[in-house]
Design a protein around this ligand. Structure first.
Ligand code: ADP
Ligand code: MG
Ligand code: MG
Length: 199
């Protein structure tokens, strides 16, 4: 079973990798965006870790809803509300139990990803974070490690696509040949999950 501490580790592992990879995320956002994705998420996840230390929620749902709230209020840009919705909706679906199973997490995360698609209007193939998140959700029933691999492959597979949503869609065909920054950061989020699980 997965307790609040597992979810806290997920968030701190993600914050650490976002810190390490911030320059790469911003570099990906430079040719097809406004070169702020790394700094946006770095600010957001720094706030997430600080809030978790201060408030110390004692349920998985509490950890994710607090994290989502922090992302919405600190990130700005398209990715803040989208990642915030992902974590808040997932947290809400987990309810207020003190421990949840991996199956419950997989189901709740699917609800979270669905909420991101509803909010942003993107579907797989639009060259967004959805291209990493949907394959991850589909693999989550197998293992956290399988979800990490699926998210990484999904992120890499955005490179040849033309963006149909978000700022990258403004550059039209010139978005082809560049990996989507949000798909790359989603792969970090799922890698953080696998790391929390020790996989
Ligand atoms: P902004 O584009 O406002 O500067 P960021 O650079 O932080 O915001 O985030 C950009 C990322 O957000 C994109 O790479 C993409 O993955 C994701 N994104 C943008 N619009 C959408 C959308 N409508 N649906 C899903 N993801 C989106
Ligand atoms: Mg940007
Ligand atoms: Mg921006």
């Amino acid at each position: 079973m997965l307790d609040a501490d597992f979810f806290r580790r997920w968030m701190t592992a993600t914050a650490a990798s976002v810190d390490r990879e911030a320059e790469r995320l911003t570099a990906l956002d430079s040719p097809i965006g406004d070169a702020d994705h790394g700094s946006n998420l770095q600010r957001g996840f720094t706030a997430v870790v600080a809030a978790l230390e201060k408030e110390a929620p004692d349920t998985p749902g509490g950890v994710l809803t607090l994290a989502g709230r922090q992302l919405i209020s600190t990130v700005g840009g398209a990715s803040g509300p989208l990642y915030g919705t992902l974590l808040r909706r997932t947290g809400k679906a987990l309810g207020d139990s003190g421990e949840v199973s991996a199956e419950q997490l997989a189901e709740a995360f699917r609800a979270g990803v669905d909420a991101v698609m509803t909010l942003g209007g993107a579907t797989p193939g639009d060259k967004t974070m959805i291209d990493a998140l949907v394959p991850a959700v589909d693999a989550l029933g197998d293992s956290f490690a399988a979800a990490r691999t699926a998210a990484e492959e999904g992120a890499v597979a955005t490179t040849p696509l033309q963006a149909r949503k978000g700022r990258a869609s403004y550059v039209g065909e010139r978005s082809i040949g560049h990996q989507d920054p949000g798909a790359a950061s989603s792969a970090l989020l799922i890698a953080g999950l696998a790391e929390a699980a020790g996989e």
